[in-house]
Design a protein around this ligand. Structure first.
Ligand code: F6P
Length: 327
């Protein structure tokens, strides 16, 4: 009987549990024994393995977070700790390691696969959606829905008090969450790091809108561009010199509410498909791969081709958002 081990690594994302469930259930379905590793790469280094049964994953498809815990383990960037991790995997006769993670974990998984003889199957998850080689990562859709819901609420206040609002969203250095949320919420301006807007254009778009009679305005700001507080202060100062009557500029930093919560149907389905597909690829003899979802199809990519790469939102989506906000 072959043995596989699963770990979740990096920031939690809605849909991780659905993915764990899918790997465990399909693993046993195909005659594998499945172990869990606690706290991601930390558990690999500290030899924290445990058996995961099909019953252990009952009732978790709708739960946020990860039942096997996660961490950001800096030690994994050092060879000596990756060696310890490999030795622990060998001691337990693990035939394949399933890593569910984002970009940092992808780098760790790639290094481990390049240096040691342990087959790795990587499954992309991160609310940021910034993993190269896949259109979607587990957790992104739920995070966008959370942001859109929050903006709908903020819009009520923005309209009623005739205020400008800046809503800061997560994404680290990428603007996927901001752009998708900006489009879906019909916000007036979306600022993302990949396609920067100079300050004078930000001012100009608010000025134009107010001159045409608009009295409220919502800006979605990706955290990779600036802090909402700083942007607010700059805008207040600059707009006060214009011939328009703006009342107040408020900001909301949505923060960790974007990481938690019950996964959307899309994320549950994606996570389940990724999990089962990943097990099938392992059984077919593929190793050191990432499973991906591109143009509606499941696919595999070599880790060496996807690690350390940058993924950008489509410029077309950015244009669409600007076009529909032309007032
Ligand atoms: O990568 C997911 C993410 O939530 C980013 O959007 C954010 O910048 C970062 O993690 C926060 O990291 P931490 O959980 O370490 O505070």
């Amino acid at each position: 009987m072959k043995r596989i081990a699963i770990l979740t690594s990096g920031g939690d994302a809605p849909g991780l549990n659905a993915c764990i469930r899918a790997i465990v259930r399909s693993g046993y379905y195909y005659g594998l024994e499945v172990l869990g590793v606690k706290r991601g790469f930390k558990g690999l280094i500290e030899n924290d393995f445990f058996t995961l049964s099909t019953r252990d994953v009952s009732g978790i498809i709708d739960k946020g977070g990860t039942i096997i815990l996660t961490s950001r383990e800096n030690r994994f960037s050092e060879f000596k700790y990756r060696k310890i991790a490999y030795e622990n995997l060998r001691k337990l006769d693990i035939d394949g390691l399933f890593v569910v993670g984002g970009n940092g974990s992808l780098e760790g998984a790639y290094l481990l696969s390049a240096e040691f003889d342990i087959p790795i199957i990587f499954i992309p998850k991160t609310i940021d959606n910034d993993v190269f080689g896949t259109d979607y990562t587990i957790g992104f859709d739920t995070a966008v829905n959370t942001v859109v819901d929050a903006i709908s609420k903020i819009r009520d206040t923005s309209y009623s008090h005739e205020r400008i609002f800046i809503v800061e969203v997560m994404g680290r250095k990428s603007g996927f969450i901001a752009l998708a949320s900006g489009i879906a919420s019909g916000s007036d301006l979306t600022l993302i790091p990949e396609y920067p807007f100079p300050m004078y254009l930000i001012e100009e778009s608010i000025e134009k809108a107010f001159l045409k009679g608009k009295k409220n305005f919502i800006i979605v700001l990706a955290e990779g561009v600036a802090y909402a507080k700083d942007l607010r202060n700059t805008l207040l100062e600059r707009l006060s010199k214009k011939e328009i009557n703006i009342s107040e500029i408020k900001y909301s930093v949505l923060g960790y509410i974007q990481r938690g919560g019950s996964p959307s149907a899309f994320d549950r389905i994606l996570a389940t498909k990724f999990g089962v597909f990943a097990v099938k690829q392992f059984l077919a003899g593929h190793k050191n791969i990432m499973v991906s979802f591109e143009k509606g199809d499941l696919n595999i990519k070599q880790l060496k081709d996807v690690h350390n790469r940058i993924k950008k939102p489509n410029i077309e989506d950015f244009d669409i958002n600007n076009i529909v906000n032309f007032v």
